[in-house]
Ligand binder design. Structure first.
Ligand code: SF4
Length: 249
């Protein structure tokens, strides 16, 4: 996933997964240039706390830290949006801002802290939605897209169950924010998470089996050629449609 002397931008929310990922990368990759990026979506009583933790952590391990906020870049915060589906808006805008900042910082890769539980949820969610395009693009190192404005994403924690990430963070006294997003209820991911955790409880190893199934099937469903994107008519960012998802929303 990571080449010698590369510059890696780490998406750092300040939660256990991203803090542990940053800690591990700093510990094992001494010849890699690491920079952290936090996105402040504007979720009052939640994100302000986690970004404070992220800032302090970066300072303590000597990592350059940047924060980009919805308010500064989009002109509104997540709390301002009138919707019953905060996570969709949050995910689209956050991905867009993270990518833009990583590109601006000339990062070779953007590391996101998806753990095994997140990946298993994504696999099943894409099956439930019949979204083969997104299904093809999962994995620790998704297939590259031939567009210089899209920084390739990597998921270093993708094969580690959430509980183990948490245990590692506690055992190594990694500081992280343990709050829960007030908008995290009533979303599909949460429902899928419940189903998988229930299956794992009753049939130990379910999560590993789903990941292993995906890794076996992925070479058969991966696109054979690099996807080439056009430009969004409104913002000029890379997009497979005339107007990118962030501008549509
Ligand atoms: Fe955003 Fe949803 Fe995560 Fe909250 S739970 S930070 S709204 S994606």
């Amino acid at each position: 996933m990571i080449g010698k002397s590369e510059k890696i931008a780490v998406g750092l929310s300040g939660g256990k997964d991203s803090a542990t990922m940053l800690y591990l990368m700093k510990k094992f990759f001494s010849d890699v240039d690491i920079v952290a990026i936090s996105v402040d979506e504007g979720i009052s009583g939640y994100r302000d706390e986690s970004i404070k933790k992220a800032e302090e952590f970066c300072k303590s391990i000597n990592v350059e830290h940047h924060t980009v906020s919805f308010n500064d870049k989009l002109g509104f915060s997540l709390d301002d949006i009138k919707t019953d589906n905060f996570c969709t808006h949050c995910g689209v805008f956050r991905r867009s801002l993270l990518n833009k900042k990583a590109y601006e910082l000339r990062a070779d890769k953007l590391a996101v802290a998806h753990n095994m539980d997140d990946e298993v949820q994504s696999i099943l969610m894409n099956i439930f939605r019949g979204d083969i395009l997104k299904f093809q693009r999962l994995g620790a190192k998704p297939p590259s897209i031939g567009d210089e404005k899209l920084v390739p994403r990597i998921k270093p924690l993708r094969d580690i169950p959430e509980k183990e990430v948490k245990l590692y963070a506690i055992l190594n006294s990694i500081p992280y924010h343990d709050g829960e997003c007030p908008h995290s209820f009533n979303n599909v991911r949460r429902d899928v998470q419940k189903i998988i955790n229930d299956m794992e409880e009753r049939y130990a190893g379910t999560k590993f089996q789903i990941i292993s199934f995906y890794d076996k099937i992925n070479p058969m469903v991966r696109p054979s050629s690099e996807r080439v994107l056009g430009r969004c008519k409104m913002c000029g960012e890379a997009s497979s449609a005339g107007i990118c998802r962030a501008c549509v929303l």
